[in-house]
Write a protein that binds this ligand. Structure first.
Ligand SMILES: [Zn+2]
Ligand SMILES: [Zn+2]
Length: 536
């Protein structure tokens, strides 16, 4: 008698996630798991997927996502990860997570992080990780969610945005919150050392908090203090913290800028990582694959003028003397502040593209660079930017064009400790990395540039992140594992790097199986919500 199963994927080219060579086979799925892999399997299946000519791989694991609030945002944003082959994402990144966050007590934190995590227009209050997991679960998840506890959220909860080291009781409160999150299933903690309030944190504070994560053998994922030529000092700082706490370390979006004077080459970054490995530190890092970054226009300005918030900044931007000082500082490549990168010097004003404004009459600037607009208007770029920021109440989105080099990106991708994270930001006018990071890797860097083999690339998106985080049941196609599977056409897959049309969907993802259910069929998302919360 022929055994009855739920799904049979036939005749696909299996790339199993381990980095081993591909082979042709069928995969049988039942009750959420892979029950058999082999040639010409003869099961009777409820659903048969013909994968002839297609690659069958584990579902991708996005190790760096800011989609914390996406389960509350509805369509179409909820399906964007699934449509690029991602089945699991890790949120709570860059120290900018949503736990703990209680509306009445910590409005300042909500306002601060909404430029990154977005604002779904609901009342969100997550006193702890369990509350967050329960609430996202009850909304129905389109893909699996895992989470980190964020140092920034914890510090703000305990001591606000205060520029001082924590007292003994405050530090033990912070450690207690991290401990409770680890107990509830966080995979570790994220640090956002370039952001408030972590810019005020000391080494001792961070070592003590990392020790709590170490107690659970979790991971600490870090947005470094600086990404300009001071990135080596920033790496030294965090490597010393990992040495002091013995915690497993992961550097988020580890890239520096494509500027001889104000950036740092991939070779130097890799050397820092390898030195840490020699010291016995357990270290990995990730990248998104785009050459341009995205941020807020206020980030162009030196931190002393932005430090007191939006209203104060508007007043200061109206002060002529103050603006002269800004012009002088921005044009001097030697201007340095801890936690600040001088983007207009790194990239030139012709490399700063305006992507979002709120006022109708200013929409003519979208898709143009500050350099070209200022030239057309016969103005200094700082004067133009100041006027625009005043009119827009400081809320202007920009893209830093080609701030990273392709050559360095390829060198980093080739490193065995590198894995792939999207750094997806679902707020404001979005960067295309929210839409097509994984297809861009496979289309541009693997099929096009042949930077690494397809098997290696898949490992960086599947088993390597699963092992690094300590998730045992996904990331690999083998019997008994959870059936999270992505089926794609390697001959056509790609994502788009068009910053004026950032919402272009990727091509080439054909089917996605999530927890044993078909979640994407023939490139279209299905209606069901088959995702789950993944706890450490
Ligand atoms: Zn970051
Ligand atoms: Zn990030």
């Amino acid at each position: 008698m022929i055994e009855l199963i739920e799904i049979l994927i036939k005749n696909g080219l299996i790339i199993d996630g381990t980095g081993c060579a591909s082979y042709e086979a069928d995969i049988a799925i039942s009750e959420g798991r892979i029950v058999d892999i082999g040639k010409k399997l003869s099961y009777k299946a409820g659903e048969v997927i013909d994968a002839s000519g297609l690659v069958v791989s584990p579902g991708f694991i996005d190790v760096h996502s800011h989609n914390d609030l996406v389960p509350f945002m509805g369509q179409p944003i909820e399906n964007l990860k699934l449509l690029q082959g991602v089945t699991t994402e890790l949120v709570g990144q860059c120290g900018l997570g949503v736990i703990p966050c209680i509306e009445t007590e910590r409005k300042v934190w909500k306002n601060y992080i909404s430029g990154v995590v977005g604002n779904p227009g609901i009342r969100w209050e997550f006193s702890d990780l369990n509350k967050y997991f329960n609430e996202i679960n009850s909304r129905g998840l389109k893909n699996n969610f895992a989470a980190l506890i964020s140092h920034g959220a914890v510090r703000t909860y305990v001591m606000g945005f205060e520029n001082r080291i924590p007292g003994k009781d405050e530090l033990s409160d912070m450690c207690r919150i991290v401990d409770a999150a680890m107990e509830a299933g966080a995979f570790g903690m994220s640090l956002g050392l370039q952001y408030m309030p972590a810019i005020f944190s000391s080494r001792d504070e961070l070592v003590e908090m990392c020790k709590v994560v170490k107690k659970y053998e979790g991971i600490v994922m870090v947005h470094l203090r600086n990404h300009d030529s001071s990135i080596v000092d920033a790496l030294d700082e965090i490597i010393a913290i990992a040495e002091g706490s013995k915690v497993k370390l992961h550097i988020s979006h580890m890239r520096s800028y494509n500027s001889r004077e104000l950036g740092c080459s991939a070779e130097v970054l890799i050397e820092c990582v390898e030195k840490a490995v020699e010291k016995g530190i357990n270290i990995t890092f990730d990248e998104h694959l785009y050459l341009s970054g995205s941020t807020l226009m206020t980030q162009l300005l030196p931190p002393w003028i932005t430090a007191k918030g939006s209203d104060d900044l508007i007043a200061r931007l109206k002060d002529k003397e103050m603006l002269e000082k800004v012009k002088m500082e921005l044009s001097n490549t030697k201007t340095r502040y801890r936690g600040w990168d001088n983007y207009s010097a790194i990239n030139g004003w012709s490399g700063i593209l305006i992507t979002s404004v709120k006022i109708e009459k200013n929409r003519i600037y979208i898709g143009k660079t500050v350099g070209s607009i200022a030239k057309d208007m016969g103005m200094h770029p700082v004067d133009f930017a100041a006027n625009l920021l005043i009119e827009e109440q400081t809320g202007v989105g920009i893209v830093t064009l080609n701030v990273f080099s392709e050559e360095d990106t390829i060198k980093l991708i080739k490193h065995p400790l590198q894995m792939v994270g999207s750094d997806s930001i679902p707020a404001g006018v979005q960067h295309p990395r929210l839409y097509g990071n994984y297809p861009l890797l496979l289309g541009k860097y693997v099929r096009g540039k042949k930077a690494i083999s397809l098997e290696e690339a898949i490992k960086k998106c599947t088993l390597l992140p699963a092992k690094t985080l300590g998730i045992r049941d996904i990331g690999e196609l083998s019997t008994g594992k959870t059936a999270d599977i992505t089926v794609f056409d390697f001959n056509e897959i790609t994502g788009f790097e068009d910053y004026n049309h950032s919402t272009l969907p990727p091509v080439g993802i054909k089917h996605v199986i999530l927890n044993g259910k078909i979640a994407v069929k023939d490139g279209k998302a299905c209606l069901g919500s088959y995702g789950r919360v993944v706890r450490y």
